[in-house]
Design a protein around this ligand. Sequence first.
Ligand code: ADP
Ligand code: ASP
Ligand code: MG
Length: 405
Amino acid sequence: MKLVVLKFGGTSVADVPQIKKIALKVKEEVNQSNKVIVVVSAMSGITNNLIDLVKTTSETPSYTEYDVVLSTGEQVTSALLASALNNLNIKARSWLGWQVPIISDKSHAKALIEEIKTDNILEFLKKNQVAVISGFQGITIENRITTLGRGGSDTSAVAIAAAFSADRCDIYTDVDGVYTTDPRIVKSAKKLDLITYEEMLELASQGAKVLQTRSVALAMKYNVKLRVLSSFEDLPGTSIIKEEKNMEKTEISGIAHSLNEAKITLSGVPDQPGQAAEIFGALAKHSINVDMIVQSSSINQEATDITFTIPETDLIIAESTIKKIQKKIGFKKFITDTNVVKISVVGNAMRTQSGIAKTMFETLANNQINIHVISTSEIKISVLISSDYYELAMRALHSAFGLDV
Ligand code: ADP
Ligand code: ASP
Ligand code: MG
């Protein structure tokens, strides 16, 4: 008997008619004599509404209470789906994160899963019932509810698949697989039948939200057989695989974009050793990930400008953190820009081929798109540009790298 984990995202459980359709999909798996664990997201839009709601109480609400509010979205859908399954005469029940339990660390709003205790669910599955687990949720050893960061239900599903050694983990969503870029923005995006964990990891970490980055990292670590499929159409989807040998060889695997970016410039930073360590150390203490960094060289060795990017969602806390050390550092101005998007070209080709940066910069220049910041790694080049031009940039780059269908 196989054990399968099926995860349904927000649009797949957007309303009760949709939940009833999902119940039929789950029924098909049960009819094939599989043991089934389902992981659900909140109905689409609900998590955003809950964030707005909790922010009406305070601009910087306590993250412990923020998590309790946000977790309610997934609580509702797990119970609704269990109820819809019962209505089809399939025995099922909802399981909240704490009931499993899914133990996480204490980093509220972006908690990391530490352990999933399997006894309760294994006992339950023995009775041939379907476990419908609320995604996105964890519980600390101090019994506080946590959430796993935006898009975290993917990570719940993969972690559960790993903990229960599931035969496969199917991520059902509103597109029929992983594409060379976001198919909602670039109509000529190409669907990939296969993609390696490594390439998927890089695309996701650069903003391709079809899978949360941590879910791909987990799948890679625990060898979880992962697929991305459409909830709405019966299509083969994309398999995330280990080996590249069977893959259609593409030079560039895709173009990703991230809207959740804020650019910060500290101008007039005294040109002395230890300043960068002071600034980025303060941000690290608040678990703020700094991504792109540029420092201008000072002409007279007196003062420099440091520009860097962070997730826009961390801007308020970053601003208060840095302003607290303004006197100590002695910089003159704190300037922010949230009207920016990061566009990344991702692919193994970067390791071996020269000229990829040239093509990228030329394409942007030909479209009159100004680059604010550049960063590179072994398998990606990223640029920060004005959000006014990101769709144009994505289409132009997709075409320039020969990815259009
Ligand atoms: P869910 O609610 O099911 O978790 P998400 O909205 O989180 O769905 O992720 C699916 C979305 O990811 C798609 O609707 C698509 O717009 C976006 N997306 C971004 N990059 C890609 C890509 N490379 N391939 C497929 N979808 C992508
Ligand atoms: N509901 C959460 C979010 O919108 C988690 C998820 O959908 O994966 O971020
Ligand atoms: Mg998602």
